[in-house]
Design a protein around this ligand. Structure first.
Ligand SMILES: [Zn+2]
Length: 282
C-alpha cells in the first residue's frame, strides 16, 4: 500500500488483486522480444497485471477510483484470467475503512477489470452495490457503449457490474470533463474506449493522475506501447502524448492501475525519452 499524506487530502493506492492477460494484446504492435524484457509471459502467453485502485480522502468525502474485478467469477473464468481477487472489506482494511465508508465511486470506464468490484452477489440473488452508501460516477457515453455492445466490445462488459446500480438510482452520469469535488477532477481520455476518463487529484500543491487504461503499466509510457484492446488506438496515441507532456512539465505523480511492480511513478527524461521512475509514500 502506497500512501501520500498532505494537509488537505490523503491518497492511498490499494492493490485489489491481479489477473493475467495475453501479452501480445497488452502491447499491440510491439514485438514480444521487446515487451518480454519487462513482462515475462507464462506458458499461455499471459503476463501478470495488478488492479490498483486509488482512494482519495479530502476530509469531507471518501472517494474510490475504480474497484478492480470483484468477486462474481466462476472457476472457469478465474482460470482463463488467473484471477486473484478478494472482497473490498479485505483490500480496504489496510486503509482502516470498510465498504460502507465510501461516499463516491468513480468508474474510469466499465470494463470488467475496472468495474467488477462495483457490485457483489449475495447468495444466488441479483448483484447489489458493493459500496452501499456510494454514488457511482460514470461517463454517459461509456454507459451507452457498454449497453450497445457489438462483437468486438461485448466481452469486456458485464451488465451486472452497472445495471443494478442504474436501476437503484445510484449512478451519477457525467458528460465530458467534470470538476467532481474541490480536489478531484475528471478528464475525458479517449482511445481505450471513446469515453474513458482519468482522474486528476489536486494534492499538496501538485497533481496525482490516475491514468486507468490510457497508460496501464509504466511500460506503456512509451508512445507506441498501445494495447490491442483499444477501440481507437490513434486516439490513445494523441491523448497519451498530450497528457504525458503535461505530466512531465508539471511533475505530476502518476498511478498505473495495472502495473504489478510500479503502482505509482513520476516522469523522468532519459536519452530524450520519457520514462517512469518509482515514487515512494510521502
Ligand atoms: Zn484494464
Amino acid at each position: 500500500m502506497l500512501r501520500f499524506e498532505f494537509d488537505d487530502v490523503r491518497l492511498t493506492v490499494l492493490p485489489t488483486g491481479s489477473l493475467r492477460l495475453d501479452g501480445g494484446a497488452m502491447f499491440g504492435v510491439v514485438p514480444k522480444p521487446l515487451w518480454e524484457r519487462e513482462h515475462r509471459a507464462d506458458d499461455r502467453n499471459r503476463i501478470l497485471l495488478a488492479m490498483n485502485v486509488l482512494l482519495v480522502e479530502d476530509g469531507h468525502r471518501k472517494i474510490l477510483i475504480d474497484t478492480g474485478a470483484g468477486e462474481k467469477w466462476d472457476a472457469k473464468q478465474r482460470d482463463i484470467f488467473a484471477l486473484r481477487t478478494s472482497p473490498a472489506k479485505d483490500w480496504l482494511q489496510p486503509a482502516g475503512l470498510t465498504p460502507s465508508d465510501i461516499d463516491m465511486v468513480v468508474c474510469s470506464h466499465l470494463h470488467f477489470d475496472h468495474a467488477g468490484g462495483n457490485t457483489v452477489r449475495q447468495d444466488e440473488r441479483a448483484a447489489i452495490a458493493a459500496f452501499p452508501n456510494a454514488v457511482y460516477v460514470v461517463q454517459q457515453g461509456e454507459l451507452a457503449l457498454a449497453r450497445s455492445g457489438n462483437e468486438r466490445t461485448r466481452a469486456s462488459y458485464m451488465p451486472e457490474n452497472y445495471e443494478p446500480l442504474v436501476a437503484d438510482g445510484r449512478v451519477r452520469l457525467v458528460n465530458g470533463d467534470t470538476a467532481l469535488t474541490g480536489a478531484v477532477g475528471l478528464r475525458l481520455a479517449p482511445g481505450h474506449t471513446p469515453h474513458m476518463q482519468v482522474a486528476l487529484v489536486r494534492a499538496g500543491g501538485g497533481i496525482f493522475a490516475y491514468l486507468a487504461d490510457l497508460v496501464p503499466t509504466a511500460s506503456h509510457v512509451r508512445a507506441p506501447y498501445i494495447m490491442g484492446y483499444d477501440l481507437e488506438p490513434m486516439a490513445t496515441l494523441a491523448t497519451k502524448k498530450a497528457l504525458l507532456a503535461e505530466a512531465a512539465r508539471n511533475d505530476w505523480r502518476l498511478v498505473f492501475e495495472h502495473d504489478p511492480v510500479l503502482p505509482a511513478g513520476r516522469l523522468v527524461e532519459e536519452n530524450g525519452r520519457l520514462k517512469a521512475a518509482a515514487v515512494e509514500s510521502e
